[in-house]
Design a protein around this ligand. Structure first.
Ligand SMILES: C[S@@+](CC[C@H](N)C(=O)[O-])C[C@H]1O[C@@H](n2cnc3c(N)ncnc32)[C@H](O)[C@@H]1O
Length: 204
């Protein structure tokens, strides 16, 4: 099963799941609201069922969410109601395929560790942003996680219960972001079985 099929299958359950750590989620939502200005055109890659897009889009000029899974995008589109800003839209797409437009900020939340071609995607994001543009990500760091993840993950993947994941440490993620040309302006570590790092980067 390739990963698109994995996410298509996972989407209905994913849509119903509660956010695992609501406090941590709210902290990063608050930081994103702080950084995203009202005139911003925002692109969210790997937007899933659009929950974060719905939270953030009222505060910006336009917001496009893309995801490789058409089932995720169908669920996100079903949430579009008349009281939401018309500038919120969703479309199917690979993360490295940045839709042609002008963006002030690109978001990749819980995504980078899922990308086999993360360097290509980071380079595409960098190219799509103007100088001063923001790249905001939240990334799972499996190599910094609990020891048993290294045993459990291959079994879950074999059973079709987990997607391909790039295991990395915080240091490796920082190197990826810096090598892509970004400067890091803020980060928040979120401890968990697989810790996450929320990062705000700027294109110089
Ligand atoms: C863990 S979910 C995160 C969803 C959402 N960003 C969130 O934080 O709730 C990962 C999402 O990335 C999408 N995804 C995985 N690989 C992708 C790729 N190569 N390009 C675009 N989206 C991808 C999946 O379909 C899924 O919706």
């Amino acid at each position: 099963m390739d990963d698109t099929a994995f996410w298509d299958k996972a989407a209905p359950k994913y849509a119903k799941e509660a956010i695992s750590d609501k406090d941590a989620y709210n902290v990063t939502l608050g930081r994103m609201r702080h950084h995203l200005q009202p005139h911003f055109n925002v692109l969210e890659l790997g937007c899933g069922t659009g929950s974060t897009a719905l939270e953030l889009s009222p505060g910006v000029a336009s917001y496009m969410g893309t995801d490789v899974s058409s089932v995720m995008i169908d669920i996100a589109r079903a949430k579009l109601t008349d009281d939401l800003p018309g500038s919120l839209s969703f479309q199917v797409g690979q993360a490295h395929d940045i839709p042609d437009s002008t963006y002030d900020a690109v978001l990749a939340l819980n995504l980078l560790h899922l990308l086999p071609d993360v360097e290509t995607t980071l380079s595409a994001i960098y190219d799509a942003l103007p100088s001063g543009g923001l790249f905001i990500a939240k990334t799972a760091l499996l190599k910094d996680g609990k020891w048993f993840l290294g045993l459990a993950l291959p079994i879950m993947q074999f059973l079709g219960k987990a997607p391909s994941i790039r295991s990395m440490t915080e240091a490796e993620l920082r190197t990826l972001l810096l090598d892509a040309g970004f400067e890091m302006i803020e980060d928040i570590a979120q401890p968990d079985i697989a810790p996450r790092l929320f990062t705000v980067c700027r294109k110089p």
